[in-house]
Design a protein. Structure first.
Length: 312
């Protein structure tokens, strides 16, 4: 065989070996890509399966559920009371103090009893529950709210509660068919109030009415005090200023002494004679006077009667 034929034969062998290796490499690469694609599909399927896993159902009477429900009730009550109180204040053109509504709602005592499953967990793991929810209000708030309702010709609290199937026991309002939903989202327990419960609406109205009544009473008292202060200022400005008078003490009037009788000076002899005659007359007993015979002569004009006791 010639040298040229030998060289050509070697080249064919080398080319064949290279072709075989290339095909082998191509097959290996295709196999790797298929494996990678299959792994990717498996990973994606596992992710989808993990997302479709239903979260475990939460019990309706779980203590954590009860706490979350009470917090949700308190927040919802505060929001509705804030809105109603602001509406009442705007209508009456008065202002409310900051935080007064929150202070009122914080005084409401909320309790949950007899929790039970109303509807089993759905595909998202959310369970519908029903319980007896009570809200205890201060007696003062109930009284003030009833006054506001009467002044505005609104239905009484008792009639509203009866219409909404809410029991009242002293100052405790009870809804025996309160509905709420519980479940887990992101490994956290979630509690949500179903719909718009009448219990929250009624209690929020009572709180708002009590706050409004207190604000109105305070405003009336303030206006009355301002009117009294204005009247006092006007009286002070118009009234004349009176200077105190100096009182001079008056000496008592002395009683007038009686005037002594005038003294008459008489001769000593006449005085002595008169004194002697007076003493003699007092010493001698008095004798009856003897009548004198009167002459019956009609010609006599004058009769002289002798009297020893006479003094001339």
């Amino acid at each position: 065989m010639s040298v040229a034929n030998i060289s050509l034969s070697k080249w064919h062998k080398v080319a064949g070996i290279g072709l075989v290796c290339g095909l082998a490499l191509a097959g290996c690469d295709r196999s790797d890509k298929e494996d990678t694609a299959e792994q990717a599909e498996l990973t994606e399927q596992e992710t989808v399966d993990a997302e479709n896993i239903v979260a475990p159902a939460i019990s309706c009477d779980d203590p954590m559920v009860q706490d979350r429900l009470k917090s949700a009730l308190k927040n919802t009550l505060n929001q509705q009371a804030q809105s109603l109180a602001a509406s009442y204040a705007n209508d009456a053109e008065i202002s409310l103090a900051n935080g007064v509504v929150s202070e009122k709602t914080n005084g409401v005592v909320i309790d949950v009893q007899n929790a039970a499953i109303l509807q089993q967990a759905n595909e998202n793991g959310m369970t519908t529950c029903q319980a007896s929810v009570s809200m205890t209000l201060p007696s003062e708030d109930l009284y003030q709210a009833s006054q506001v309702q009467a002044a505005n010709n609104q239905p009484s609290l008792q009639s509203r509660l009866a219409q909404d199937n809410i029991r009242i026991n002293n100052n405790m309002l009870v809804d025996d068919a309160f509905t709420y939903i519980v479940g887990t989202q992101g490994s956290q327990v979630r509690t949500r109030i179903a719909g718009q419960p009448a219990l929250i609406t009624v209690v929020a109205d009572v709180m708002a009415g009590s706050v409004f009544k207190t604000a109105m009473d305070e405003q009336r008292a303030q206006r009355a005090a301002e009117r009294r202060a204005t009247q006092n200022n006007d009286t002070t400005q118009t009234a004349p200023i009176r200077q105190p008078r100096t009182v001079t003490p008056v000496e008592p009037i002395r009683p007038t002494e009686p005037t002594p009788p005038p003294t008459i000076n008489k001769p000593a002899e006449s005085q002595n004679s008169s004194t002697a005659n007076t003493q003699a007359a007092a010493a001698e007993p008095s004798k009856p006077a003897t009548p004198k015979a009167v002459p019956k002569d009609e010609t006599i004009d004058m009769v002289i009667i002798e009297d020893n006791s006479a003094t001339y």
